[in-house]
Every structure is written in C-alpha cells, then in structure tokens.
Write a protein that binds this ligand. Structure first.
Ligand code: FMN
Length: 420
C-alpha cells in the first residue's frame, strides 16, 4: 500500500505591518542613502528603534521580494538631481512587510522620501510585474541595469511611454485612490491633471500613428515615378503627376515631423507639471503632519521642520513655474491648430493630384499603376482620418489646460483667503 502523503496547507507567513491611509510618512537620508531622520510613522511601521535606524543605510528595510531594477532606476534618477516615484515593498524588523508609493526628491546634502499607502488598480498590476521581474532577475542572473531595461520594456508594452509617464500616472492614481478610501473630495487640480495627461498622451499617440502612416507609404510615389519611366512617352503625364504628389507628400512629412516634436514637448510639460504639483501637495501634507507631531527626543524637530518647509516651498515654486509654462503650451496648441490647417490644405492638394493619377492610370490600363494608386487612396484616407482626430484631441487638450489653470488660480485664491 502506498503511503498517502498529506500536503501541509500553505500558510502565508507574510504579515503586514499596518498603517493608515491617512498616515503619510517620510525619511531623509544623506547623499549615500544613510538615514538621518524621519517621522514617527516611519519609525513605528519599520518596527525598529530610532537608534537602530539613524545613520544606517536605507536598505535596512529592504525586502527580498523587491526587484533590483527598481532601486537602480531610483538611484539613477536622484543622482542626476531628478525626482522619482516608485512602488516599494519594505520589510519591518520582525519580517513583516509593508507596501508604499514613495516620492524621492534631492534635498540639501541628501534625499527626502515621502510615502503613502498605495491602493489603486495600477498597484495590483505592479505587484504582479515585480514578481515576474524578480524571477527573471534570479533565473537569468540579470544585472540591475539590465533588469531596469527589462522593466522599461515591459512598462512600454503596458502602454507607458517611459518610466516618467509611469511614475506620474502611478502617483496621481494613488493620490486619487487614497482620497476615495478616505472619503474626501478628490484634489481638483490633481484630477484635472489626470485627464490632461491622458489627453496629451492620446494626442502624441495619434500624431505618432499618423507619422507612421506616412512612413508606411513613403515609397509609393517613388514607385509610381519608376513605373511611369518604364512606360516611356506614354507615362510622361503620370510621371509628372507622381512627381507633384511626391513633393506634396514631402511637405506633409516635414509638417508632421514638426507637429510630432511639438506634441512631445506638450506631453512632457504636462507630465512634468502633474508630477511636480502632486509631489508638492504630498510634501505640504507631510510638513503639516510633522508640525503637529511635536518634539521626539531622537529627531531635532526644529531643524527637520526647516528642511521640510524649504523642500515644500521649492517644489511648489517648481510646480508653479510649470503651470506658467502650461500657458505657453496652450499657445502652442493654438499654433498646432493653424499648422493642422496647413497640413489639411496640403492633403487636399494630394487628393487632386491622386485623382489625376487615377484617370491617367485608367487610360493606360496598367494594373501595377492601378495598384499603386489604390495604395495612395489608403494613404490619403488614413491621413485625413488621423488629422481629423488630431484636431479634435487638440481642442480637447486646449480646453482641459484652460480648466486646470482656472482651477489652480481658484485654489491659490482660496489658500490666500484662508491665510488672510
Ligand atoms: C531617500 C531614500 C529613501 C529610500 N527608501 C527606501 C525604502 O523605503 N526601502 C528600500 O528598500 N530602499 C530604500 N531606498 C533605497 C536604498 O538606498 C537601497 O538602494 C535599496 O534598499 C537596495 O539596497 P541594496 O542595494 O542593498 O540591494 C531609499 C533610498 C533613498 C535615497
């Protein structure tokens, strides 16, 4: 008789070190990542005593489930003086875990990390992605830099143009998800920024697709010219027509290229603005919370308060400068609209030339020419559809940036009125 092997039930040994959605926490480090201070929530959730945390490298709370790629990206950005946002799973002293979404910014002589409790749909997705990446790091013995490349490629597949757009969308989603859990009114400028980021990414996507349409059909006019050449005298007219088409198509290519660059700039300004404003809001909230915390013997409260206040003033100034840039973005969008009219005008020129080509190809009853003209038909069609979509997105974007600027002005007036 075969002995029955009873499988022990899988008991998760993982327990969470809990903290509330209303509790933000922070830690500050020197330039090498050694902890120099923090608030009481940070110390409590880590389950270390202050003297075990202070002057220790921040990896004291590193969780083995974290892929190395994330820390590689984090340090790569902050060393360049750039802010970064990341989901991080941490390990408390007793082995319990806790997840945070952290925003790390360069600060005098080191770095500041402000964290919230994540809960968005994106967070669930990221946990899954981290597990896959960690496994790949182990199986394929990836270096942190190589693993960061894998992560970026994966984010790209998931629809994030780059890490910056990922961290911005994540930060905004987490702040709004947190407002929802806490049953407080969603921060209006943040939710307007969320719409604006989506709209600008869509514009960029469409502009890229339209430019891609051009790329796909770029050899058609040239092929037509070659075909016409082979027809000798009979092909003279179609040769001229194809030449005209080619010249017009080249003008469209240049105009689309310029448009694409501008769309990218608009998208980047909006994305950066969203991240800066969200960061400055978080820093303001943590500074207010820390002010209420009062003196704890291990941390020099007055000195720390000064650091936090300077940082929040810096980031709110950065966010403001960016919002001012948004005004020029709006003007740029106006210029886009004019540029689009120009491209549409060129496109209708294309249509006229194409129809002449169609007549001529029919007369010559050449199937190759007919096929090439049919390709031009499709090109023309996709181009017009793409341009119409771009114009609609353009005006949506322009309206949304207007709404955001108004909402920000109203919030600023509100804050000033409260302060008076
Ligand atoms: C301000 C700041 C905050 C950080 N916070 C954390 C954290 O909460 N958890 C963590 O594991 N690493 C954090 N790090 C990153 C660590 O310095 C370190 O890169 C990471 O734990 C990986 O450690 P390892 O290189 O020994 O694997 C932080 C770094 C800085 C500059």
């Amino acid at each position: 008789m075969v002995a029955k092997i009873s499988k022990a039930p899988q008991i998760s040994t993982e327990h969470e070190s809990p903290f509330g959605f209303d509790e933000l926490f922070f830690s500050r480090t020197d330039s090498r990542g050694k902890i120099t201070s923090g608030n009481t929530v940070f110390q409590r959730v880590s389950r270390f005593e202050w003297d075990e945390l202070l002057e220790k490298p921040h990896n004291i709370i590193r969780h083995p489930d974290m892929p190395r790629a994330v820390f590689w990206l984090l340090w790569d950005r902050i060393r360049k003086g750039l802010p970064v946002g990341a989901y991080v799973k941490n390990r408390a002293k007793d082995g319990c875990y806790y997840w945070v979404f952290a925003i790390v910014t360069p600060i005098e002589d080191g770095y500041l990390s402000v964290r919230l409790k994540p809960s968005s749909a994106l967070f669930a997705r990221v946990q899954q992605e981290y597990r896959t990446l960690l496994q790949a790091e182990k199986d394929e013995e990836l270096t942190p830099a190589r693993s960061a490349e894998v992560l970026l490629k994966r984010l790209n597949e998931l629809g994030f143009r780059d890490y910056e757009i990922f961290m911005t969308k994540a930060l905004i989603s987490e702040m709004l998800a947190r407002d929802k859990v806490l049953e407080i009114e969603p921060q209006r400028t943040i939710s307007l920024f969320q719409d604006l980021v989506l709209a600008s990414e869509k514009l960029l996507e469409t502009a890229t697709a339209v430019a891609g349409t051009y790329h796909d059909f770029r050899f058609v006019p040239l092929n037509l010219i070659i075909q016409a050449g082979q027809l000798g005298k009979d092909g003279a007219a179609i040769g001229r027509i194809s030449n005209n088409y080619s010249l017009l198509a080249e003008e469209i290519r240049l105009a689309l290229g310029g448009f694409l660059d501008a769309a990218k700039q608009v998208s980047d300004t909006i994305r950066e603005g969203a991240f800066l404003l969200a960061t400055s809001n978080m820093q303001e909230e943590i500074a207010n919370a820390f002010a209420k915390e009062g003196e704890a013997s291990e941390i020099d409260h007055v000195n720390e308060m000064e650091h936090l206040n300077r940082q929040r003033a810096l980031y709110s100034a950065k966010a403001l400068t960016n919002l001012e840039n948004l005004v020029s973005v709006q003007q740029e969008l106006g210029a886009f609209a004019e540029g689009m009219d120009e491209i549409k005008r060129l496109t209708s020129g294309l249509a006229a030339v194409r129809i002449m080509g169609k007549v001529e190809a029919g007369r010559l009853s050449s199937s190759v020419l007919n096929d090439l003209i049919t390709d031009l038909d499709s090109f023309q069609q996709s181009l017009s559809e793409g341009l119409t979509e771009i114009q609609a997105l353009n005006s949506e974007l322009s309206k949304r940036s207007g709404d955001l600027l108004e909402a920000h002005a109203a919030e600023t007036r509100g804050t000033r009125a409260l302060a008076a």
